[in-house]
Every structure is written in C-alpha cells, then in structure tokens.
Design a protein around this ligand. Sequence first.
Ligand SMILES: [Zn+2]
Length: 271
Amino acid sequence: MPDKGRILVRVIPIFIALLIVMYQRSTATKIVNEAGRTVRLGLSTQQELSLGDQAYQQVLSQSRTVTSGPGYEMVKNCAARLTTVTGDAGKNFQWAVSVVESGEVNAFCLTGGKIVVYTGIIPVAQSEAGLAVVMGHEIAHATNHHGAERVLQEKTANTLLTGANFSLSGADPQQHRQIMGLIGAGARLGYILPFSREHESEADSVGLKYMARAGYDPREAVKFWERMSAQGGGKAPPQFLSTHPANETRIARLKQELPTAIKIYESAGGR
Ligand SMILES: [Zn+2]
C-alpha cells in the first residue's frame, strides 16, 4: 500500500472515535449543577436512582449495620436535617441512610441519595456538627451529579483510547504498548484527575452551604479537616482521604468561603 493510503487507514479509527465522542457529548443531558457549573451527564435520573440503589443494597448485604445507639441517632438526625436543605437539586432523590459497623474512617452518598456512614468516622467527627461536615460533603457530590458526570468522562476516555489502539495496530508491539501507556497516563493526569479535583472543591463548597442552611456552625468544617489531617499522621492516609485533595489546600479554601457560610448559618438561626 502506498504511504498516503497507510496513513489514512491509521487515522480513520481515531477519527471515528472523535465522531463517537462528539455524538456521546451532544446527546448527553446538560444541566447547571448546584455549584453553578454546566455539566454533561452520562446517566439519566432513573439510572442514577437504580444504580445507586443497587450499590447500596450490595454494600448493606456485605456489612453489619448499626440500628440503634447514640452514633446511629446522630447520623440519622444529621441526614434528616441536611437532606431537607438540598432544595431542587435533591427533589428527585430517594434518600436513605445506613450506619455500617467498621473501623474504616469513611462515608459516602451514592447517586440518587443513598448515604452510608462507617462507625470509624464518628470519633473523628466528634459531634453532630462534625458529622455534618463529612455528610454535607458527600451529599453534595450526589446532588452535583458527580457520579453521572464521571460516567460520561470515562466513556469519552475509553472511546478515544480504543480509537488510538486501533490506529496504532500496525505499529511495532513494544512501541504500541509504550504509546498507549503514555496516552493512558496523559488522559488520567490531564483529563480525569483535574475533574476529580474540581468535584472535590465543589463538594466542599456546596457541603459547607448545606451544613450552614441546616443550622450547623460552618466553622466546624475547618476543625474537622484539621482532625482528618492529623489522622494521616505522616503514614498512609485513611481511604477517605486518598481520593481527596491535600488538606492544607482544602482548609485554606474553606476559610475563604467561611464568611458567606456564616451569613447563611446566622440567617438560619444559628449563632
Ligand atoms: Zn469527596
């Protein structure tokens, strides 16, 4: 085959991948999230609810849950107060909360509103306001549809990687592996990671508003993250932290947002 033809054959798969990505993005639902950013989602509301529910049932079937006691009451009360202040963003959610017996310092809120809190995080939270920091953050991930946005991002990355893989199929196998490795690392560092950082800062800032609206003192957020930071103690960070940004950055940003949050807190009746 002449060189020109060979180059064309190589370019076709990546070109088709680009067309597929454009199609995926143009047909995806577009919304303005709680943080005011326009996002494209890879899941419908119904899919968010059913996938979240499936994951929730799976977690519960594999764990021992706590259904009474002061820790449980505190989590239940905090969830009730926070979920009522999510407004329109949470109106289609089917909220539920469970406390799982585990030493892990962890909590999460699945798409559609199913919340799981591990008992290991309660001593770090120290109080209901401390708990509101972490639960507000996790609920904000869900009401901002971060999970559904990530589904579309991963679809985009996978489509492009598949296209590149086909385009390179004629190349020397070792070279092929090296180039694919580079593209994969580039996609992670340049595309997936910045998005997850953005998700973290949105969850912090929206979570801070939720806790203030629910009548919890937002100043507790700074104290909570300082305690979480101390938990790391130079060793490997707890699982909850490993996907989250450096504590200093987070604390500095929260301090900047505190004055606005304190105003919300005061107008909600707190002092
Ligand atoms: Zn987070």
